[in-house]
Design a protein around this ligand. Structure first.
Ligand code: 5GP
Ligand code: MN
Ligand code: MN
Length: 474
C-alpha cells in the first residue's frame, strides 16, 4: 500500500489520483505500519467514495480502517446537500447506529475480583446474546413505533435505566427526524422480540479495569480512576437496522440510476440528500438510530440488575453512549466557511471537541468521550475529542480487523482461546465458540498502535486504557 500513498505528515497520507481519474482528495490517517498492513481493498473503496457527487473536502479513513461493504469501515465522508451531495446506506453500515455504551462504576478490580466468576455467569444469564436470541420484551407494532420515535427516552419511561443516563447519550438519547412510517413492516416485525438483545459476533458486554490514565484532567471530568471497573456494551439496531439497510440499498440503487448518478458498483448505491429517496432513507435511518439507543438503554438496565445481584453496593453511571455507524447533519467549516454537511461515519465515532454545545456540561471543557473497542484479549481505550479535529470531528472506533472472519476461523479454535484467556484472568462467556474464533484478539490490529496513531493524527487524545476482565460475547 505504502508505495501508492504520499506521506503528508507523520500520521497523514494521501492517495494520489491516477491519470484521468476524476475524484476528490483521499486522506488516510495512520502510521506507516498501520497503513502498510491495511488490506488493499480500502484504497479502492475510499477512492470510489471520493468520486461520489457533492463531497465536501476529502474522503477519509481512520487509523483502524479495513474493508467494508461499499464504504470501508473506518471511513468518513461529508456531503453537501446544496452541491448535489448524496446519502448512502453502505456509507452508514447495515448495523445502523452500532455503538458503545460505557458505564463507570464505584467498584475496584482489586475488591471485586473474587466474584468475577459469579459476575460472568450472572451477566451471561441476564443478557440475551447470540444469533436469533430473543429478549425478555415482546413489543406490539404501536410500541415499536414509539421506540423509533423516542429512542432511549422510551426505554427510560418503561423503567429501563435512569433519566440521568439520557444527558450522556449522543443526541441526549433521542434522534430527531425519525420517520417510523419509512421503516417497513418486515423490519419492525424482525425487531419485536429483539429489543434488549446484544446480537452476535463482534458485539459484546465487557467488564474492564482502568489500567492506565493518560490525561488526568479529562479522566477526572469523565469520572475515571486507576483500578476502577468499567462496563462497555457494544451493539446496535439488530434486525430492524439490518432490514432497513437491505431494503434501502435497493431503493437507493434505483434512485441513482433514475437520476443518472454513476456509481462504480451497487455497494455504493446512493441518492441525492434532497431527493425523495434520500429523504426517505434519512427518516428510516434516524428511526434505526433510536432503535439502537433504546436497545443499549435496556441492556444498561440489565447490566445494572446483574451487578446488583453480585455486588449489592454497585452503582453504574453512564459515562457516554456513542454510535459509530451513522450519517448526521452537522455544521462544519470548510475552507473557512461554515456549511451544513451530512457526515457519514461508518465504523468511526463522532468526536466533538471542548466547548461543543451538544456536550453535557460535565465534559464541556475536555471534549466528548470517544469510546474505542480493541479486543477481548488486549484492551480498549477511552479518548477525548479535540477542538481542532481535521476529520469532521471523527475518530477511530476500534482496533479494526486485520484478518477476515474466515481467516480467523482457519487459524483459531474458540475453546482453546477461551481457555487461554481464562489463564490470563479474562473470563469469556458465549453461546458460540465459532464466534470467539472469528473474534480472536489476533484477528484485530494492535489497539495500542491505533490509539497512538489516533492521538498523533490529532483526531482525539488518549484518556484511559481499559483491560478486559469479563466478556459476554454475542
Ligand atoms: P465493529 O463495530 O467494527 O464490528 O467493531 C468495533 C471494534 O470493536 C473492532 O474494531 C474491535 O477492535 C473491537 N472489538 C471486537 N470484539 C471485541 C471484544 O470482545 N472486546 C473489545 N473490548 N473490543 C472488541
Ligand atoms: Mn454492530
Ligand atoms: Mn460496532
Amino acid at each position: 500500500n505504502l508505495s501508492q500513498l504520499r506521506q503528508l505528515q507523520p500520521y497523514l497520507w494521501s492517495l494520489p489520483r491516477q491519470p484521468g481519474e476524476e475524484r476528490a482528495d483521499v486522506l488516510l490517517y495512520g502510521s506507516a505500519p498501520l497503513l502498510g498492513s491495511m488490506d488493499d481493498k480500502v484504497l479502492e473503496q475510499i477512492a470510489n467514495v471520493a468520486g461520489l457527487p457533492g463531497l465536501a473536502g476529502a474522503a477519509m479513513t481512520m487509523p483502524d480502517a479495513h474493508w467494508g461493504y461499499g464504504f470501508p469501515i473506518g471511513g468518513v465522508a461529508a456531503f453537501d446537500a446544496e452541491q448535489g451531495g448524496v446519502i448512502s446506506a453502505g456509507g452508514v453500515g447495515f448495523d445502523i447506529s452500532c455503538g458503545i455504551r460505557c458505564l463507570r462504576s464505584n467498584l475496584d478490580v482489586g475488591n471485586a475480583l473474587p466474584e468475577f466468576g459469579r459476575l460472568a455467569d450472572t451477566l451471561f444469564h441476564a443478557i440475551p446474546a447470540g444469533v436469533g436470541e430473543e429478549g425478555h420484551l415482546k413489543l406490539n407494532p404501536a410500541q415499536i413505533d414509539q421506540v423509533l420515535r423516542e429512542g432511549a427516552h422510551w426505554a427510560v419511561n418503561q423503567g429501563y435505566g435512569l433519566a440521568a443516563d439520557l444527558e450522556y447519550i449522543e443526541e441526549h438519547g433521542r434522534m430527531s427526524g425519525s420517520v417510523p412510517d419509512n421503516v417497513s413492516e418486515l423490519a419492525k416485525k424482525r425487531q419485536r422480540g429483539e429489543m434488549g438483545t446484544l446480537g452476535s459476533g463482534n458485539h459484546y458486554l465487557e467488564i474492564q479495569g482502568v489500567e492506565k490514565i493518560y490525561d488526568v484532567a479529562a479522566a477526572s471530568a469523565f469520572g475515571l480512576r486507576e483500578g476502577q471497573i468499567i462496563v462497555s456494551i457494544h451493539c446496535g439496531s439488530r434486525g430492524l437496522g439490518h432490514q432497513i439497510g437491505t431494503e434501502y440499498l435497493v431503493m437507493l440503487a434505483k434512485a441513482a440510476s433514475r437520476l443518472g448518478i454513476r456509481v462504480p458498483n451497487r455497494e455504493l448505491a446512493c441518492a441525492p440528500i434532497q431527493s425523495p429517496e434520500g429523504q426517505q432513507y434519512i427518516g428510516a435511518m434516524n428511526a434505526g438510530i433510536n432503535c439502537a439507543l433504546a436497545n443499549r438503554q435496556i441492556l444498561t438496565h440489565l447490566a445494572r440488575t446483574a451487578f446488583a445481584q453480585v455486588y449489592p453496593k454497585a452503582n453504574l453511571e453512564t459515562l457516554f453512549d456513542v454510535s459509530h455507524n451513522t450519517c448526521k447533519a452537522e455544521m462544519h467549516e470548510v475552507d473557512g466557511k461554515p456549511r451544513l454537511l451530512h457526515v457519514h461515519r461508518k465504523g468511526a465515532t463522532r468526536a466533538f471537541g471542548p466547548g461543543h454545545p451538544m456536550l453535557p456540561e460535565r465534559y464541556r471543557d475536555v471534549g466528548q468521550p470517544v469510546v474505542m473497542g480493541g479486543s477481548m484479549g488486549t484492551g480498549s481505550y477511552i479518548l477525548a475529542g479535540n477542538r481542532a479535529n481535521p476529520a469532521f470531528s471523527s475518530a477511530s472506533h476500534g482496533a479494526g480487523r486485520a484478518l477476515s472472519r474466515h481467516q480467523s476461523l482457519a487459524r483459531w479454535h474458540g475453546r482453546q482461546l477461551v481457555d487461554e484467556l481464562a489463564r490470563q484472568g479474562i473470563l469469556i462467556r458465549t453461546r458460540s465458540m465459532r464466534g470467539v474464533a472469528e473474534e480472536a484478539p489476533g484477528a484485530y490490529k494492535d489497539v495500542d498502535l491505533v490509539a497512538e496513531a489516533t492521538e498523533q493524527a490529532g483526531l482525539a487524545r488518549r484518556v484511559a486504557f481499559l483491560r478486559p476482565k469479563v466478556c459476554v460475547k454475542g
